[in-house]
Design a protein around this ligand. Sequence first.
Ligand SMILES: Cc1cc2nc3c(=O)[nH]c(=O)nc-3n(C[C@H](O)[C@H](O)[C@H](O)COP(=O)(O)O)c2cc1C
Length: 177
Amino acid sequence: MNAIFTRHSVREFLPKAVERETIERILKAAFQAPSAHNRQPWEFLVVTGRADREAIAGMSPWAKLCSGAAAVIACCANLKRGDPRHENPAAQTTEEALWVQDLSAATENALLQITEEGLGGVWLGWYPEETRVEPFRKYFKLPDHIIPVSLIALGYPAKESHSKDRFDPARVHYESW
Ligand SMILES: Cc1cc2nc3c(=O)[nH]c(=O)nc-3n(C[C@H](O)[C@H](O)[C@H](O)COP(=O)(O)O)c2cc1C
């Protein structure tokens, strides 16, 4: 799959909107991600309005670029789907580690589709940094069981850029370490 090898982070965007159908194809790609027990514990909040993107930009020094993006997609975990502790806080489980992985797979799928569409995007780590999670949850009035795990800022790239080959055979171990 070529997008895997051409995907790279894009942080500067043209002032041009991304069509709704394109956003939907990106989200369809995210929904195709694998997930533990096939729980698909994801929900997505798509933010295009300037004031809302600027509010996100103010929530983290790493999110400033959101003000110039065409859209921000918040990839959120729905704990009702992804974490048995939501119903039973006493449950002994490591499910949190799994929904973080599930949302990460969905985030990467979305980034690959963004590449396929000729757009650019960047993954912004959000959870578990409370100074980002809490303002975001408050601003967008997210229900208690919805956790913003990662954000994707996307749009038409402002300049040409390319991925780099990072393969390092010295860090691959066959059969034994
Ligand atoms: C979990 C995670 C969190 C990230 N958070 C940020 C971020 O807050 N701001 C940012 O500009 N890039 C962020 N990135 C993008 C990385 O900086 C980028 O993927 C890395 O430098 C490799 O470059 P590439 O994406 O161009 O291959 C994040 C990536 C991941 C996987």
